[in-house]
Every structure is written in C-alpha cells, then in structure tokens.
Design a protein. Structure first.
Length: 91
C-alpha cells in the first residue's frame, strides 16, 4: 500500500485543566488536519497562514504536554507560535 495517511478521531480527558492526550502520531498528514486534531484535543484554536494548510507534517507527539506538542508542530512547520488566551498564532 503506498503511503497511506489517516487521522483517527479519539476521545480525550482533562485532568486539572490540563489536557492529557494519548499518543498523537502524524505521518505525512496535511497541516490543516493536524491543526483540527489538536484543536479538538486541547479545546483551543490554531491560526496559521493559508499556505500552510497542505504542508505535510510528520510528528510523534507521544507524552508531550499541550504546549510542548503545539510548539513541536510549529517547529516541524518551520514557524514560531505564540498564544493569546486559547488561540495559538503560527507565523
């Protein structure tokens, strides 16, 4: 099977206002799909440049916190990220 990509919706739980997610592993997944999973997992909004939507992301976010995982995705995409409230801005 050629490079197959899947985004599987999963349930998350919150513990003391910190989202604890199972391992999130992305293999050649469009950034917009990664963003959607993270938004649902952490109840946040990600704002990113339109041209980033189709950029393929490969990342293993096993065991990371919300902040670490979002920063890891920004690094993988070659961007910086900052947070205001519940919105993360990638630039």
């Amino acid at each position: 099977m050629p490079n197959a990509t899947a985004v599987i919706p999963i349930k998350f739980k919150k513990v003391n206002a910190t989202a604890i997610a199972p391992a999130l592993i992305f293999n050649d997944v469009p950034f917009r799909s990664v963003a959607q999973v993270l938004e649902e997992a952490y109840a946040v909004k990600l704002q990113y440049p339109e041209n980033l939507s189709d950029k393929k992301i490969t990342a293993d976010l096993s065991g990371g916190t919300q902040e670490e995982n979002i920063e890891a995705i920004a690094f993988t995409a070659g961007l910086q990220v900052y947070k205001e409230g519940t919105v993360y801005y990638f630039k």
